[in-house]
Design a protein around this ligand. Structure first.
Ligand SMILES: CC(C)(COP(=O)(O)OP(=O)(O)OC[C@H]1O[C@@H](n2cnc3c(N)ncnc32)[C@H](O)[C@@H]1OP(=O)(O)O)[C@@H](O)C(=O)NCCC(=O)NCCS
Length: 191
């Protein structure tokens, strides 16, 4: 199992709540040319949506999900198993880093690195064997961060963003986990 990083002093990592949405929305707007709509951010609240807080201020957030195979993918898998008379193999669990952002005032202080490490630990502990994400092909800061953590570009996804920009699909294999039932808990070390 990978090591759980300590929350750096002065920071608190916790699940995002409805009360955080205004602050999250400010960071979202400042960070992306095609931000998620407020309503969409709200829909994502729940397990896998965490915020990093410093002195009562939201400094960043991450949203991690688990990809569920599509109906057609499952149908195809079942049909193949039926005709080959072999038992159904377990479909791999794939995690998806749906969003990650650090407020401009808090950038280049290691918070992006911390949030990404949290996302990897969370995905690993949910039993994911792989984690994927999309990133604008011109987002050199994020791409540098992901490469540092061992992600590689699998393919270009043309017109991925609503303004027509292309994305890289970046992936990283995760070590097999013993998949405990709960996501990692991080020690709260607020100063
Ligand atoms: C990408 C982002 C989350 C990085 O957060 P951060 O807190 O500034 O990152 P860190 O301080 O932890 O930096 C970690 C590494 O990322 C890379 N990096 C971060 N910002 C960078 C920049 N402006 N230029 C080049 N590399 C950068 C570096 O490799 C850095 O390591 P180093 O400090 O040893 O050089 C932040 O820039 C951000 O919120 N951007 C807008 C939202 C976004 O693009 N999200 C990604 C969507 S796919």
């Amino acid at each position: 199992m990978s090591a759980v990083p300590l929350v750096p002093a002065g920071l608190q990592l916790r699940p995002a709540t409805r009360e955080d949405l205004a602050a999250i929305w400010e960071i979202e707007r400042a960070s992306f040319s095609t931000p998620w709509p407020k309503e969409y951010l709200e829909q994502q609240l729940g397990e896998g949506f965490v915020v990093l807080e410093r002195a009562g201020q939201i400094a960043g957030y991450a949203v991690i999900g688990i990809k569920i195979p599509s109906f057609f993918a499952r149908l195809e898998q079942r049909t193949r198993a039926l005709f080959s008379h072999t038992p159904l193999p377990e479909p791999p669990t794939v995690a998806h880093l749906l969003n990650i952002a650090v407020a401009p005032a808090f950038r280049r202080q290691g918070l992006g690195r911390f949030l990404l490490q949290y996302a990897l630990d969370y995905a690993h502990q949910l039993g994911a064997s792989r984690i994927e994400l999309e990133v604008r092909t011109d987002n050199s800061a994020a791409i540098a961060l992901y490469r540092k953590f061992g992600f590689h570009v699998q393919e270009i996804v043309p017109n991925y963003y609503s303004d027509g920009a292309d994305a890289y699909l970046m992936v990283k294999a995760l070590q097999p986990a013993e998949a405990p039932p709960h996501p990692p808990e991080y020690p709260d070390r607020t100063a």
